[in-house]
Structure formats: C-alpha cells, structure tokens
Design a protein around this ligand. Structure first.
Ligand SMILES: Nc1ncnc2c1ncn2[C@@H]1O[C@H](COP(=O)(O)OP(=O)(O)O)[C@@H](O)[C@H]1O
Ligand SMILES: [Mg+2]
Length: 229
C-alpha cells in the first residue's frame, strides 16, 4: 500500500498474532449492498488443476508466462504494469512463494476483468521449510516461479538490471525503475516504523531488515540521492 501497490485493506491485531484483511472480491455499492466479483487465480486460468497431491503444479511456469497470459486475455495495459509491480515487490522483499495461485483476476464479465490486488506476500527467506513431513529443513533462497536471467529462465533472484529488463520488455513498463524506487522507499519507511511498533518483535524486525537489504539496493536510492544532491 505504502509503495503505491493496491492491496486489500488490512490491520494487524494488537497482540501482533492476526493479520485481518478485507475481501477484495466483495465491493460495497453506494446503496450499501454488496456486489460479489468473480475471481480466478492464474493456475485456474492456465488450466492447471492444482489439487492436494498435485499442489506443486502451482510452482510450474514463469512470471513471463503469466504476463503473456494477461496479454492474451487482452486486459487493459495498466494491468501489466500492476503485475510488474507485484512481481518486483515479491522479488525485493524476498517472497519466495509468489506462485500461480498468489496472482489472480477479478471480473464482472469476460470483457471486464482486471488483476486482483496483491495478496499473500511474506518475506519467506527468513524461514526454513521442509518439502515433506519430517524432511530436512531447507533454506528458502529462490523464487517460486522462473524469471529470465541472461538467456536462461531460472528461479534465482534477478539482479536489478534483470528485473528492470523484465519490466520493460515483458511487461511494457516505460520506467520500471520508478516502481522499484517506490518499493524501496516504502521498505525503508516500513523498517523505520516497525522500530516504534511494539507488536513487532525486535528479532523479527532485525531478520527482516537483513533480508530486505538486497532488495532495497535494487533501487540504488543512495546513488540517486547523491545524483540529486
Ligand atoms: N483479501 C482477500 N479477498 C478475497 N480472497 C482472498 C483474499 N486474500 C486471499 N484470498 C483468496 O484466498 C486464497 C488463500 O489466501 P492466501 O492469502 O493466498 O493464503 P495461503 O495461500 O497462505 O493459504 C488466495 O489464493 C485467494 O484465492
Ligand atoms: Mg496463497
């Protein structure tokens, strides 16, 4: 939200244990009644039947393939820009779980559809995970889907130039660096504000702060500030 990216309205409970969100598929009309929008996640739109035993199918594919799908569906072009911002945000906060079910479309009809607000974004890189119950604990160092790196599609986090190239050439964003600067600025402000927020344990804040260093550097804010000043 602070980075200028649409999210559902949210609030953190006083004890810091619950994140409460408004539903983005319910819209209040002027007369107070509720309109229910349609919602399909990208896995469903791509025709993948992601079920319990096949749940790793949501990790198939690439951010480029999602962008191509959005183009194919002929959504108004600002949706591609918004998609780039959501991907850039996940890259920069080191969310390794931005898979096909964590992007979706809202719609009233086939001709009136748009990208849903950003949801389910977590700095997963500060947590360990296991592939199966009792399995070894693994570090989360990669993205959920592939992105072009040089000539190869890979899950490795892109450099800032690679992320900009994705924004420019795949998502047709004229100035991807502007979105990246807005995100970096918002991350800086968020870390500052978290210092004064007693709901955030200091160990968590410090782990997030370390995990976010690489992402904040994508915008080269320091270099730009020097350039301006
Ligand atoms: N604010 C929201 N409004 C409506 N539907 C939502 C909202 N947030 C998530 N969803 C739906 O619920 C699903 C699960 O929520 P998500 O935040 O992705 O949690 P998780 O994947 O960790 O269970 C999403 O894939 C999406 O379809
Ligand atoms: Mg999810």
């Amino acid at each position: 939200m602070r980075a200028g990216i649409a999210t559902p309205e949210f609030a953190l409970s006083n004890d810091g244990q619950l994140l409460v969100l408004d539903r983005f598929d319910f819209v209040e009309r002027e007369d107070g009644s509720i309109e229910r929008l349609g919602f399909e996640d990208i896995a469903a739109l791509a025709g993948l039947r992601v079920r319990d035993t096949l749940s790793d199918r949501k990790y198939q594919g690439s951010y480029q393939a999602i962008a191509e799908l959005l183009k194919q569906l002929q959504l108004p072009c600002e949706n591609l820009q918004r998609f780039f911002e959501q991907v850039a945000f996940s890259v920069m906060v080191r969310n390794g779980d931005a898979h096909l079910k964590n992007f979706g479309l809202l719609y009233r009809s086939a001709a009136d559809a748009w990208l849903a607000p950003m949801y389910d974004v977590v700095t997963t890189s500060i947590y360990r995970y296991t592939r199966y119950e009792g399995g070894p604990e693994l570090e989360d160092k990669t993205m959920a889907l592939k992105l072009l790196r040089g000539r190869r599609q890979t899950r490795a986090y892109p450099t800032s130039d690679e992320l900009m190239a994705f924004g420019r050439s795949i998502c047709s964003v004229a100035k991807p660096e502007t979105a990246m600067q807005n995100i970096a600025q918002a991350m800086t402000e968020t870390l500052q504000q978290a210092k004064r927020d007693e709901r955030i344990p200091s160990a968590l804040r410090s782990a997030m702060s370390t995990a976010w260093e690489a992402g904040m550097a994508y915008a080269n804010l320091d270099r730009m500030r020097c350039g301006v000043g």
